[in-house]
Design a protein around this ligand. Structure first.
Ligand code: COA
Length: 338
């Protein structure tokens, strides 16, 4: 039983008390893509804002990247691995169907006391996972949760499909969530899904519907498929709606938000959301140019960079805005405590 449970305390605010991230060493630029598909740096830059992305080594799996990000987050939080009571990994690229990636991370970092599970909400996964962890911590069920977004998107990219292969990247980010020490922390979140739109962005094969077979591989069913133009529209509309909803739910005004950390899929999506929500683009943290779309890892890598570079400071109100396959989307507001 945790100390909080023993004391009977409950409903104290939960806070992200440390972040870490990891980007694999190999960098692939738009010029590198010009050599493998019919594309140009100019097309990719103007349509997406992406200039380069990191890709994992062949023998580097999602759990390897996740574990490194976790070690860095624990260090930033001043927490030891054996204090961790729960590990949640958000990913659509687990090392394997099971054991879950969180269990693999537990073993790598030596967090023996933790219970571990993955959640899958595509690019929205980190905010879903953080909201789950926040509820455990706020309710007093545990004191230290490790929440990770990690992806090896290169494992599901169709390298012959120019309309998708240029968009994604690999990486991991992690956050330690504990009871707030100073009253700052997570203020509120909204989460949504619409399963009727799943076919617009999916990997159709490799699960129980179309298990791996020679035929499924020949048809490329284990590759990511996307109807980009449709996804674009829903991403803009739903992220805009989530931003306005979370402001209303938390009783905050737009001009109080110091930094918006949107899902890093496409610079044009981010700009359209900024215009519609009515928060200046300068207040959005953007690193899609250097990472591409790292799915569930995207917003936590971005928060880690924003914190380490001093862009987010103690007392700043930060808004996560996410959107992904499913469809899934949501927003979370927190006051950074540092
Ligand atoms: C994918 C995306 C960049 C494409 O941009 P777009 O302006 O919608 O472009 P279209 O899909 O209409 O394609 C326009 C043309 O560019 C071509 N094209 C696609 N990818 C290309 C590439 N990498 N290089 C050059 N041309 C490309 C298309 O074949 C098409 O050619 P056509 O008109 O001769 O058929 C854009 O739709 C997008 O960002 N969508 C959201 C994707 C996303 O972020 N998903 C994840 C959300 S979590």
């Amino acid at each position: 039983m945790s100390e909080l449970q023993k004391s009977g305390a409950s409903a104290q605010r939960a806070a992200i008390v440390g972040t870490g991230s990891y980007a694999p060493a190999r960098v692939m630029t738009n010029a590198d893509f010009e050599k493998i598909v019919d594309t140009t740096d100019e097309w990719i830059t103007t349509r997406t804002g992406i200039k380069e992305r990191h890709f994992a080594a062949e023998d580097e799996a999602t759990s390897d990247m996740a574990a490194e990000a976790a070690r860095r987050a624990l260090q930033a939080a001043g927490a030891a691995a054996d204090e961790v009571e729960m590990i949640v990994v958000a990913t659509i690229t687990p090392d394997m169907p099971f054991p879950n990636t969180a269990c693999l991370v537990q073993e790598k970092i030596g967090a023996r006391k933790a219970f571990c599970f993955d959640i899958e909400a595509a690019c929205s996964g980190f905010v879903y996972a953080a909201e789950i962890a926040r509820r455990f911590v706020e309710g007093g069920a545990l004191r230290t949760a490790l929440v990770i977004g990690a992806e090896k998107m290169s494992s599901m990219i169709d390298w012959k499909d120019r309309s998708t292969c240029v968009l994604f990247g690999d990486g991991a980010g992690a956050a330690v969530i504990q009871p707030s020490r100073d009253g700052r922390g997570i203020r509120g979140a909204v989460l949504h899904s619409d399963g009727s739109l799943g076919e617009l962005l999916m990997v159709p094969g490799g699960g129980s519907r179309a298990p791996a077979s020679h035929e499924s591989v020949d048809k490329g069913l284990h590759f990511l498929k996307m109807q980009g133009r449709e996804v674009f529209k829903y991403a803009v509309n739903n992220m805009t709606a989530a931003a306005l909803e979370v402001l209303e739910k938390t009783g905050l005004k737009k001009d109080q938000i110091a930094c918006v950390i949107p899902h890093q899929a496409n610079h044009r999506i981010i700009k359209a959301v900024a215009d519609r929500v009515g928060i200046p683009l300068e207040r959005f943290f953007i690193n899609v140019d250097r990472y591409g779309n790292t799915s569930a890892a995207s917003v936590i890598i971005a928060l880690d960079e924003a914190v380490r570079s001093g862009r987010v400071r103690p007392g700043d109100l930060v808004m996560f805005l996410v959107f992904g396959g499913g469809f899934t989307w949501g927003a979370m507001v927190l006051e950074w405590s540092g």
